[in-house]
Design a protein around this ligand. Structure first.
Ligand code: PLP
Length: 354
């Protein structure tokens, strides 16, 4: 699609409006400038805005609350009275699906994949317990084990007369996040207009949200580049995933635009050892955001994403005349489950203790 053919924001919203949606999130979320973070990054740092999608409202918020607006409507259309997710203890996804289920009278089931954050019960897992999740412990993290357990659980529940929403495998569920962030694209562009700014770059932890922002930006010819920062998988896998979910959403709502890997800049250099293990750069980003902006990042997603932005600014890969939006995708409860790693990093870095 060329610039002259790009669709209008209202056209994009109308296209998304074909898909049933229920209000769940408190929108719009704030767009805040981060001048002290910018100053801390040196004289050549760009203008930085934070899109506060950690403040979407449901059970400690996060980007996924936008996704849930579409998933809830789909669950209702399918007459579901239970939902199932398969996640680790510190999953934001599991916590927010549990919250949604609690609020709308469905029974939430979590097939819990073992991880080194199972014990003590803390962070997201604590919230899952508070909100009444039915937690089924998987014996190991093998994909075949988990998919077998998911299949068995759904069969059992269906035999008991339940109608179950299979969150990981439902075909609409897989692209609901991108639909949420097509709406989020328009919200962000309107807010940037209101402060007379134009985004050149958008940074966030990679996933369906980054897919929606990239597809929305391309369809609207918004002129920004999305930087999905991987927190676990290698770049080719992320590129394929982001384009697949974006294009699934485009097809569903009848957009002509399609996303290809060259449209996005996926970064996989900030993962560190593996998913769920904090990095020194991420912990430094967490501390810097906290101490310059009173902004809390989590060590698994948003701190690693911020460490990519910080590294790119310091390396001069972003011009000081440019404008960056960092989408804070939430994950705040995770912070508590990583208290020991965070405290050790604070003590090591400034010697003043936590
Ligand atoms: C805090 C946070 N940010 C980003 C993501 C990325 O995935 P998505 O955009 O599909 O939600 C996740 C997924 O678990 C997440 O929990």
């Amino acid at each position: 699609m060329t610039a002259t053919q790009s669709m209008t924001r209202q056209g994009l919203l109308d296209a998304v409006a074909q898909i049933p949606r229920e209000q769940v999130a408190i929108l719009p979320t704030a767009l805040e400038e981060a001048p002290r973070l910018r100053a801390a990054l040196g004289p050549n740092a760009p203008r930085i805005f934070i899109k506060r999608d950690d403040l979407t409202g449901l059970a400690f918020g996060g980007n996924k609350v936008r996704h849930l607006e579409f998933r809830l409507a789909d669950m209702k259309a399918k007459g579901c009275d239970a939902l199932v997710v398969t996640n680790v203890a510190q999953s934001n996804h599991a916590r927010l699906h549990t919250a949604l289920a609690a609020k709308h009278g469905l029974t939430p089931y979590i097939i819990k994949i073992p991880s080194d954050k199972d014990d003590p019960i803390n962070g997201n897992l604590l919230l899952d317990h508070i909100m009444g999740a039915q937690i089924i412990e998987a014996p190991d993290a093998e994909p075949d084990t988990i998919s077998g357990m998911l299949e068995d659980l759904i069969k059992r529940l269906e035999s008991e007369g339940r109608t179950v929403y299979n969150v990981p495998n439902d075909s609409f569920s897989k692209i609901a996040g991108s639909c949420g962030y097509l709406v989020g694209t328009v919200e962000l562009l309107d807010q940037l207009d209101a402060v007379g700014a134009t985004a050149d770059h958008i940074y966030l932890a990679s996933g369906t949200s980054s897919a929606g922002l990239a597809l929305g930006g391309k369809a609207l010819d918004a002129g920004y580049r999305v930087h999905p920062v991987s927190v676990g998988q290698a770049r080719p896998q992320i590129e394929e995933y982001v384009c697949t979910v974006a294009n699934g959403a485009a097809e569903l709502i009848g957009l002509d635009t399609r996303l290809q890997p060259s449209d996005i800049s996926v970064h996989d250099e900030y993962i560190g050892e593996r998913y769920g293990v904090p990095t020194a750069a991420g912990l430094e980003a967490l501390k810097l955001a906290g101490r310059t902006e009173g902004l809390i990042l989590d060590p698994v997603y948003t701190a690693k994403a911020m460490s990519a932005l910080i590294d790119h600014v310091r390396a001069g890969r972003i011009d000081r005349e440019e404008t960056v939006v960092f989408v804070h995708t939430g994950g705040l409860p995770i912070t508590y489950a990583y208290a020991s790693e965070i405290v050790a990093s604070l003590q090591g870095s400034d010697g003043e203790g936590a």
